[in-house]
Design a protein. Structure first.
Length: 84
């Protein structure tokens, strides 16, 4: 969420062994508004906090099984990737 802040950039070489995990476009389209909620929602729903909170909670509920599956995969040492 802070990607726009240059002071939050890692030092060179710090992320050489980074593995980035992200959902597919199809998964994202299932989220409210078809995207991951972010800070702009505070501006978009400035006069409608209940909608903003509801959409964030819906996104969290949709993401929860994905997070649980990821943790299970990491803890098991198994991989579902085609290259392993």
């Amino acid at each position: 969420m802070d990607k726009g802040l240059k002071m939050r950039r890692p030092e060179e070489g710090f992320i050489d062994n980074l593995l980035m995990v992200h959902p597919t476009i199809d998964f994202l389209l299932k989220l409210p508004g078809g995207r991951v909620p972010d800070r702009t929602d505070f501006e978009t729903y400035i006069d409608d906090n209940s909608t903003r909170r509801r959409r964030w909670k819906m996104a969290a509920q949709i993401f929860a099984p994905l997070g649980e599956e990821f943790l299970e995969l990491v803890n098991s040492g198994k991989s579902k990737t085609p290259w392993n």
